[in-house]
Design a protein around this ligand. Structure first.
Ligand code: PDD
Length: 293
């Protein structure tokens, strides 16, 4: 926390101090979780993978028939302004769009303006680099979410409960596991395993998971290096026998999973494939932003 610098939020066209920023209590984001969001990494003052985040935001909005509140170019200008006002070098940009405020009634209101909020805060990515050498542990939780997890909706209650369970267990993340054993993803990260034959496996980008931007970047980098990536379903039984496991996300680019539900994965320490993939991601981050730990 830096003292003396009030955080500034963008709310529907105005820059306001965070403490006094607000939206209507009739906002459908508040009433129905009728909205979507994005979290983008800022490194060295530069937004990482901004275009893929914008594209995913546009897709989430379109799937819910929420009118985009501004053009992609305008989103970029507002984002830059928010980063500047908050003096963000390394941090996270949060973008939220809801269907807007209207009298509480489930069907879409006929006339309403979408609500747009953007905030930014500092974030220390070096802690993630450090965690790479120790690895993290995950717990498993039953998959109790809805069937459109590809939409980055603000309806995150199952994720909140899963992440709280992980925290209570002293773990970093919770993996959602369906009744038939299939692993979809983590509470706020994508899930990966490395099989005995060196194949890198992650759930296909269908309706069952969020197509993570970091996931997409990693698949692209792995393909460029002729590494074998399989986008297919894997089960907990398979994960238990995996030689390595890891997670990816904007806030945790690539972290080795060394234990699942208290049982070691592979040797119980970060493995060579994950370490190589993480290095590739940090190199890509350096290429895009000039950031170095
Ligand atoms: N979480 N799966 C879920 C359920 C997520 O919420 C996220 C992102 C991801 C990874 O997506 P990406 O690589 O685009 O960050 C996968 C963000 C960071 C959050 O909610 O804070």
């Amino acid at each position: 926390m830096r003292f003396g610098l009030p955080r500034i939020a963008y709310v529907n066209g105005r820059m306001v101090p965070l403490g006094s920023a607000g939206v209507s209590i009739e906002d459908r984001g508040f009433q129905f979780a009728d909205g979507v969001y994005e979290v983008c990494a800022v490194l060295n003052g530069t937004l990482l993978d901004w275009q893929p985040h914008l594209q995913r935001l546009a897709r989430s909005l379109s799937e819910l028939e929420i009118r985009p509140p501004m053009t992609p170019a305008a989103f970029g200008l507002v984002a830059q302004r928010v980063l500047r006002e908050n003096r963000i070098r390394d941090g996270l940009l949060y973008v939220q769009v809801t269907r807007g405020a209207a009298r509480r009634d489930h069907p879409f209101p006929a006339f309403t303006t979408p609500t747009l909020v953007m905030t930014a805060r500092p974030f220390d990515f070096r802690q993630r680099v450090r965690q790479q050498s120790t690895g993290i542990s995950v717990v498993t939780r039953p998959e109790i979410r809805w069937a459109r997890r590809d939409i980055k909706s603000v309806a995150l209650l199952p994720n909140v409960l899963a992440k709280q369970a992980a925290k209570r267990a002293g773990a970093f993340e919770a993996w959602f596991v369906a009744a038939d054993g299939r692993v979809s993803e983590g509470g706020s990260t994508n899930a990966w395993i490395v099989t005995g034959d060196g194949s890198i496996v992650t759930h296909p980008a269908d309706n069952d998971i969020l197509a993570g931007v970091m996931r997409g970047t990693l698949i692209r980098l792995a393909h460029e290096r002729q590494l074998k990536v399989e986008e297919r379903v894997f089960t907990m039984a398979e994960a238990r026998h995996a030689v390595e496991a890891f997670i990816t996300s904007t806030t945790a680019p690539c972290l080795p999973v060394v234990a699942i539900d208290g049982r070691s994965v592979g040797e119980g320490r970060p493995g060579p494939v994950t370490t190589r993939l993480a290095d590739m991601l940090w190199q890509e981050i350096a290429r895009q932003t000039g950031w170095r730990p």
